[in-house]
Design a protein around this ligand. Structure first.
Ligand code: ADP
Length: 598
């Protein structure tokens, strides 16, 4: 089997072909970058042939279209499967996923979280699907490894509505951190689950990850790959107060500030060059700016190593990787020097003589150092190929986390009801798209009135339905003073009446229910999850302390549904959960782990 791996950025494309015989072997490696004036640089290596140079090529799209011919020229077959590096998997993806319309839509929905990366990744996915129509394609997420980070590491202390919109820490470079942590564990000769590691990835992008007993516990990158270390052109940690200052002082817009923090900061902002080799050379000539840049870079990385040792409550090894981590002995030394108080001492000769040929992972700590220090090349493409093969070979885990959405009280209105409440010919204004395709929350609100009291500013969800349905929680039913039955959506016979008040009038209508909790899913996910339309399952939701098992959760399979469990606010409060929660279907009272195997 041949797996083609794509690592598509906004200005470069790396791709590799792997052959899966006994082991995973890279048989071809290529890259396109520096797209300028209709030309780009290329580099291809396959078998004994090496090609590099400049070619006519206007964009990454054009480059991708060339790939079938390039593979042919190197004597390689069409791929049997394609694996894609996808930067942001949000809270939705905790492992690699087969790419279909549903997963693509789910990744697209994450674009606001990674506007510079996900659209470029998805463009490669679309072109890949067009070029190799009948070949499965798999998404491997940079964020997935960090889904195990505890809430206290991922939550920003910001207003609730921001957090509910997805503003949290996700972490990136997960594929790299996972690979080098596994590689170090292999060298130590102990299972990763026994070890507390800090992985330090220093490339153009750079991040540190606390790998605590097999799981990522924290990462220096946050909601975006901008947080944390100083990088080639990215600032890393900056006081968010800078936004207001820059706006007031220079009149910069958020987009301008963001662009400068991504592209004109970091090493480039400090010295004019984003390349550590140039900076080290300059520093050696006495250039103070370059010297300061190196000091800042090392200091920031050292702080994270110390912080993560403290966060984990122990440290067995530090692993360096990425262009700088692999190739700069002086940077490794600056980061490690002075850490002997926590049992880490470098051997300067070993540090100087690192040889990474043949995927070696040499140890460079001093004799007697309690903490080991490794250097190894990262192998993101290899990991993507492995995970792609795993998704295709394994039957998907029968049970995997299901995103849980909390529905506050709302109404679905019929055409007649819209007319009565808002006036003839009135069309509701879709304001917020919902995760179910084609569904939205309207800008308009209504009031619900019952014999005991009223509920103001109740949301209206579109599209228009043949029959009006009003969904409230059991607590709401007491506020209204109406006994409301628990019903499946659409089963509205003999349901109580309630008065709905709009700006142009009011109606009193039946259709008032407490919605039965349910899971929306589509035929493909249902098949993978082993679910059938109309069946009831038990789902564990929430943190261990306050989590609950929701018994008798109805499964509803729809052709285009996004897989998601819906519960109401009473249920969410009882389980102590908020945005970004996930549920695990339990089988015979045994929770099945959904984490990807490490
Ligand atoms: P990417 O994140 O784009 O994959 P790399 O992992 O290739 O980036 O890392 C690129 C960085 O590594 C650049 O800053 C480059 O200067 C640095 N680098 C590569 N070789 C050396 C070296 N011998 N000494 C110092 N820095 C190096």
């Amino acid at each position: 089997m041949h797996i083609l791996v794509f690592n598509a950025g906004s200005s470069s494309l790396k791709f590799s072909m792997f052959e899966t015989a006994d082991d995973m072997r890279e048989v071809f490696k290529g890259s396109f970058d520096r797209f300028q004036q209709g030309r780009c640089d290329f580099r291809f290596r396959g078998g004994a042939s090496n090609e590099s140079g400049e070619m006519q090529c206007a964009s990454i799209d054009v480059a991708i279209a060339e790939i079938p011919a390039i593979l042919k020229r190197f004597g390689l077959p069409d791929p049997d499967a394609i694996g894609h590096r996808i930067t942001h998997g949000g809270a939705r993806f905790s492992s690699a996923a087969l790419l279909d319309e549903t997963t693509i839509a789910a990744i697209e929905a994450l674009n606001p979280l990674a506007p510079l990366h996900n659209p470029a990744n998805l463009q490669a996915v679309r072109l890949g699907r067009r070029l190799w129509q009948d070949r499965p394609q798999v998404a491997v997420f940079d964020t997935a490894f960090h889904q195990s980070n505890p809430p206290f590491a991922t939550t920003y202390a910001v207003p609730k509505s921001w957090r509910e919109a997805g503003l949290r820490r996700y972490g990136f470079h997960g594929t790299s951190h996972k690979y080098v942590a596994l590689r170090a564990a292999q060298e130590v000769g102990r299972p990763l689950d026994d070890l507390q590691l800090v992985s330090v990835h220093l490339g153009n992008g750079a991040s540190v990850c606390a790998v605590n007993r097999g799981e990522s516990m924290d990462s220096s990158m946050g909601m975006t790959p901008l947080e944390g270390l100083v990088m080639g052109t990215r600032s890393g940690d900056v006081d968010p107060g800078a936004f207001g200052f820059l706006n007031r002082e220079f009149g910069l817009s958020p987009a301008e500030i963001e662009n400068a923090l991504y592209n004109d900061s970091g090493l480039k902002g400090l010295t004019g060059s984003s390349d550590m080799r140039d900076i080290e050379d300059l520093a050696a000539t006495g250039n103070r700016e370059a010297q300061l840049a190196i000091e800042i870079y090392a200091y920031r990385a050292k702080k994270y190593v110390g912080a993560y040792a403290a966060a984990m409550g122990g440290l067995d090894a530090v692993v360096f990787t990425g262009g700088i981590g692999e190739n700069s002995p002086s940077m490794r030394r600056r980061i490690c020097d002075g850490l002997d108080f926590m049992g880490l001492q470098l051997d300067h000769d070993r540090n100087q003589a690192v040889d990474l040929a043949n995927a070696a992972a040499p140890q460079i700590q001093a004799y007697g150092s309690r903490v080991r220090v490794f250097v190894t090349e990262t192998a993101e493409q290899l990991m993507i190929a492995r995970e792609t093969a795993a998704v295709l070979a394994l039957p998907q885990p029968a049970f995997e986390p299901i995103p849980v959405a909390v529905s506050a009280r709302h109404v679905h209105l019929s055409k007649e009801a819209v007319t009565a409440l808002f006036g003839p010919g009135y069309a509701l204004t879709p304001e917020t798209p919902l995760r179910q395709p084609g569904h939205w929350a309207a800008k308009e609100r209504v009031v619900l009135q019952g014999p005991k009291g009223q509920l103001d500013r109740v949301a209206i969800l579109g599209p228009i339905r043949p029959r009006t349905q009003i969904e409230v929680s059991r607590t709401d039913s007491f506020s209204l003073g109406i006994n409301v039955p628990v019903r499946e959506s659409g089963k509205l016979d003999k349901t109580p009446v309630v008065t709905i008040v709009g700006p142009a009038g009011s109606i009193t209508t039946d259709g008032l229910i407490v919605a039965a909790r349910h899971i929306h899913t589509n035929p493909r996910d249902a098949a993978r999850l082993g679910l059938e339309d109309g069946e009831f399952v038990d789902v564990r939701v929430g943190e261990p302390e306050r989590g609950l098992v929701f018994a008798r959760t109805l499964v509803r399979v729809g052709a285009t549904s996004f897989t998601e469990m819906h519960i109401d606010t009473d249920e969410a409060n009882a389980a102590g959960i908020g945005a970004g929660a996930e549920g695990a279907i339990i089988d015979d009272h045994a929770t099945v782990h959904a984490r990807a195997p490490i």
